[in-house]
Ligand binder design. Structure first.
Ligand SMILES: [Fe+2]
Length: 228
């Protein structure tokens, strides 16, 4: 993706989020230079990889295969191993109409995926087989707002605004917006996007970026380079 495209997606995504009365935290609007100047006090942002995350999953077709994410909070894997403390994370995301997040599962993370407003959030769900691969046959059982629901392998679950689903590690999921763009919430176990995403098909988790203009804001995937 070109950096200019990412900057445009950030501006449009911020407008969309604000249209629901939702607000991002202050550091969302810091320039790259301001982040660099404040490096000593933002270990909690850089270390937990909080912030903007615009991805086309390496496919270079963001409108068809892509996701807008902003990580607002993320706990500590050490706390998780210890079994107490900050074991949670929260993201706000945008799934545009027909824009697919490719089929994947997590190893550690359970996540509640929430339709926070807009269109309908469609999720294609599969269970895992004994080897952790996509189970094309078995029914999937998930809880939607605390209510157990069983559906055929590969069937589509549709969440309207206010509805959510709890996905356990091993639940394969792909999702996209229908009947409009969707503001999507995620409340989860501690999140590690470097190690905890298994994709069914060979795609990347982050975009390859061509620097055709200066970044409006840094992406989480820019941190290692900017804060080496
Ligand atoms: Fe996921």
């Amino acid at each position: 993706m070109k950096r200019s495209e990412i900057n445009d997606i950030i501006r449009a995504g911020d407008d969309f989020i604000r249209s629901f009365g939702f607000r991002l935290p202050p550091f969302a609007y810091w320039s790259p230079e301001e982040m660099r100047a404040r490096r000593a006090e933002i270990g909690g942002i850089v270390g937990a990889r909080l912030g903007w995350d615009i991805t086309d999953f390496g496919q270079e077709r963001f409108a068809e295969t892509g996701l807008f994410l902003f990580t607002m909070r993320n706990g500590s894997e050490e706390d998780l191993r210890r079994g107490g403390g900050m074991c949670y994370a929260e993201k706000i995301m945008i799934s545009r109409q027909g824009q697919v997040t490719p089929l994947h599962r997590h190893i550690v993370k359970a996540e509640d995926i929430i339709n926070r407003g807009g269109g309908v959030l469609a999720l294609k769900l599969f269970d895992s087989d004994a080897e952790g691969k996509v189970d094309e046959e078995s029914e999937v059982e998930v809880a939607t707002d605390g209510v157990l629901r069983r559906q055929a392998a590969g069937a589509i679950l549709r969440l309207r605004p206010g509805e959510s689903v709890t996905l356990r590690p091993g639940n394969w999921h792909a999702f996209w917006g229908e009947e409009g763009d969707v503001l999507v919430g995620e409340v989860s176990t501690v999140n590690n996007d470097l190690t905890d995403n298994i994709f069914a098909d060979p795609v990347g988790r982050f975009a390859e970026i061509e620097e055709d203009e200066a970044p409006l804001h840094l992406l989480v995937s820019d941190y290692p380079k900017w804060f080496a």
